[in-house]
Design a protein around this ligand. Structure first.
Ligand code: 5AD
Ligand code: SF4
Length: 497
C-alpha cells in the first residue's frame, strides 16, 4: 500500500496543511479545484527540485507588478504558488531563473513599459538558458497584444490572463513538459477558486478580494473587457479568509473590488456591502478595515451609516469623480451629475466629519471643452480632496470612447493637466496640514527608507507619518503626535496612550 496522498480525498480547507512531497503523482490530476492545482504544485515542485539539484543551487523568481491593488493581490497569489513549488525570491530580475510580469493595460503607457522591459529580458535570457519568462494580467486579455507577443516575442515562455491565475502551477508544468510557449487566455469566467496559497508582502496588512470584474462599462475604461463580468465572493469565504489572516498577525485589511459598493447583488443569497462590513467588523483581533474602490452611483445611505458608527472602518474614502462636467460624465457613462456628486460628498462629510476624501480624475476625455474642464476644477475647489490621482485620458481600443470624435489635442490636454495638478497639490497640502498638533493612531509599516532612525506609519485617514522608532514597532498601532506637516506627510513623535 502506498503512503502517498490522494488529493481527491482532502477537503479544500485542509490542503494547505499537506506536504507536497507526499502527493501521489502517478494518479491522473484531480478534476476538482483547488485539489487539481495542489497536484500540479507537487508536480512542478518535483521538476524544480530536479533542476535545482542539477545546478547545485535553488531556483529563484522575480515578479514585477504593474497597475492597481487588485494586481498586487494577484501577484501575492502567484508568489504563494511559486514558493510552494520551491522557488526563492530574487530581488535582482537579471539574476532570476523565473521572471513574471503581472501587467496592466488601463492606460497605453503601461503597455509600452512592458514591451520596453521585454526587450531587455531577451538579452538576459540569451545568457541564461534556464530563464523562464511569464506574462499575465490585464494586458494579456487583449487579443492584439497576444498576437504581437506570438509574432515578435517568441522567447516568452508562458502567457495567461486575469481569469486563470489560479492555474499558474498547471501552466508551469505544461510549459516544462511541452517545452514550448504556453498560452492560456480565457475570455471570461464565472468561477472563483478558493483556498489556494498566497504570500503576503506585509505581515500585518493584506488585501482581500471581495469582487472580481466590473459591469459598469465607463466608456473610457478597458477593465470590464479584460477583467470580465462582476462576480462577488461568498461572504463566508471572505470572513474565513480574514479570520485566518488575523490569526496570522494581520491587523488591517483592504477589501478590494472595482466597485465594492455593488458587492453581493448577484449572490444566490444577496447581501449588501454595508452588511458585509458589519460582519467583518465583528472579527476579533482585526483593528482596521479599508476598501477600494467606491463608485459614487452605488454608494448607499446604509453604507454611510455603517461608516459613521464603525470603530474599525478607516476614515478614508476613495471616491473617483473622473470629471466635474455633467455633460462629460454622461458621455463617460458614469450615471451621476456634478451636483449629485457634490451632494453625496456633503452627506458623507456631515455623517463622518473627519473623513479624508481622495479621487481619480481624467483630463482630456473626447469632446472635453475648456468649460467642461473648469467644471472639474470647480469640483476640486469645492470638495478640497486630501489627494487626487490625475490621469491624462488614454485611448483604449475597443472602448466606446476610442471611437468618439473630438479627441482633444495633446498640447491642450497637457496644459489642462498641469493646471489641475497644481490646484490639486496646493489644496492637498493645505488640507493635510489641518491635523498638525493632534495625536493620531498610527499603524507602523516600515523602517524609513532614507533615515533608519525613523519608522513610517499610516494614520486611519491614510496619511503617512515618519517618527523616531525601530523595527520592533512594525505592525503595531501606536499614538503619534503630529509635529510638522511636510505637504503630504507628517513628522511626529510617539506619545503614551
Ligand atoms: N485613460 C485615463 N485614465 C483612465 N482610467 C481608467 N481608464 C482610463 C483611460 N482610458 C483611470 C480612472 C480610474 C483609474 C483607475 O484609472 O480614473 O478610476
Ligand atoms: Fe473602469 Fe468604470 Fe469599472 Fe472603474 S467602474 S473599473 S472606471 S468601468
Amino acid at each position: 500500500m502506498s503512503n502517498k496522498i490522494d488529493l481527491n480525498e482532502i477537503a479544500s480547507e485542509q490542503l494547505h496543511e499537506i506536504d507536497l512531497n507526499d502527493v501521489e503523482l502517478k494518479a491522473v490530476a484531480p478534476q476538482m479545484e483547488p485539489q487539481r492545482q495542489y497536484y500540479y504544485m507537487a508536480k512542478a515542485k518535483k521538476y524544480v527540485q530536479e533542476l535545482s539539484a542539477k545546478l547545485g543551487r535553488p531556483l529563484s523568481f522575480s515578479t514585477q507588478t504593474f497597475g492597481c491593488q487588485m494586481n498586487a493581490r494577484d501577484s501575492e497569489k502567484l508568489v504563494g504558488i511559486l514558493e510552494q513549488i520551491g522557488y526563492v525570491e530574487e530581488q535582482d530580475e537579471e539574476k532570476a531563473d523565473f521572471v513574471i510580469y503581472n501587467t496592466c493595460t488601463v492606460r497605453e503607457n503601461a503597455n509600452l513599459r512592458v514591451y520596453g522591459r521585454l526587450g531587455q529580458l531577451n538579452r538576459i535570457k540569451r545568457k541564461n538558458p534556464h530563464m523562464m519568462i511569464a506574462l499575465c494580467g490585464c494586458m494579456m486579455q487583449e487579443p492584439k497584444v497576444v498576437e504581437k507577443l506570438k509574432k515578435s516575442y517568441r522567447f516568452v515562455d508562458l502567457i495567461f490572463g486575469t481569469h486563470n491565475i489560479y492555474k499558474f502551477a498547471e501552466l508551469i508544468v505544461n510549459r516544462i513538459e511541452n517545452e514550448r510557449m504556453t498560452i492560456d487566455i480565457w475570455e471570461n469566467t464565472d468561477k472563483i477558486v478558493e483556498n489556494l496559497p498566497s504570500e503576503r508582502k506585509f505581515a500585518f496588512k493584506s488585501g482581500v478580494n471581495i469582487t472580481f470584474g466590473c459591469n459598469n462599462f465607463c466608456s473610457y475604461c478597458i477593465v470590464p473587457y479584460v477583467r470580465g463580468r462582476e462576480r462577488s465572493r461568498d461572504p463566508e469565504a471572505i470572513i474565513s479568509e480574514i479570520k485566518r489572516l488575523v490569526a496570522d498577525g494581520v491587523v488591517e485589511v483592504m477589501l478590494l473590488g472595482q466597485n465594492v459598493n455593488s458587492y453581493g447583488k448577484n449572490l444566490e443569497h444577496p447581501i449588501t456591502f454595508a452588511q458585509l462590513l458589519q460582519r467583518i467588523e465583528q472579527i476579533e483581533g482585526l483593528e482596521r478595515i479599508r476598501f477600494m474602490t467606491s463608485h459614487p452611483k452605488d454608494l448607499s445611505d446604509e453604507l454611510i451609516e455603517v461608516m459613521r458608527t464603525s470603530k474599525k472602518i478607516c476614515k478614508h474614502l476613495h471616491l473617483p469623480v473622473q470629471s466635474g462636467s455633467t455633460r462629460i460624465l454622461k458621455k463617460m457613462n458614469r450615471h451621476y451629475t456634478k451636483e449629485g456628486y457634490l451632494e453625496l460628498v456633503d452627506k458623507i462629510r456631515k455623517a463622518v466629519p473627519d473623513l479624508s476624501l481622495t479621487t481619480d480624475i481624467i483630463v482630456g476625455f473626447p469632446g472635453e471643452t475648456e468649460e467642461d474642464f473648469l467644471e472639474t476644477m470647480d469640483v476640486v475647489k469645492k470638495v478640497r480632496y486630501d489627494s487626487a490621482f490625475t490621469f491624462i485620458y488614454s485611448k483604449r481600443t475597443g472602448t466606446p470612447a476610442a471611437a468618439m470624435e473630438d479627441q482633444v489635442p495633446e498640447d491642450v490636454v497637457k496644459d489642462r493637466f498641469d493646471r489641475l495638478l497644481k490646484e490639486v497639490q496646493e489644496i492637498s497640502a493645505e488640507v493635510c496640514s489641518v491635523h498638525t498638533g493632534t495625536i493620531q493612531d498610527v499603524l507602523v509599516e516600515t523602517v524609513n527608507d532614507h533615515d533608519s532612525s525613523l519608522v513610517t506609519g499610516r494614520m486611519s485617514n491614510n496619511i503617512l507619518v515618519h517618527f523616531p522608532g525601530d523595527e520592533s514597532l512594525i505592525g503595531k498601532i501606536v499614538n503619534v503626535k503630529l509635529n510638522e506637516c511636510k505637504g503630504f506627510y507628517y513628522i511626529g513623535e510617539m506619545v503614551e496612550s
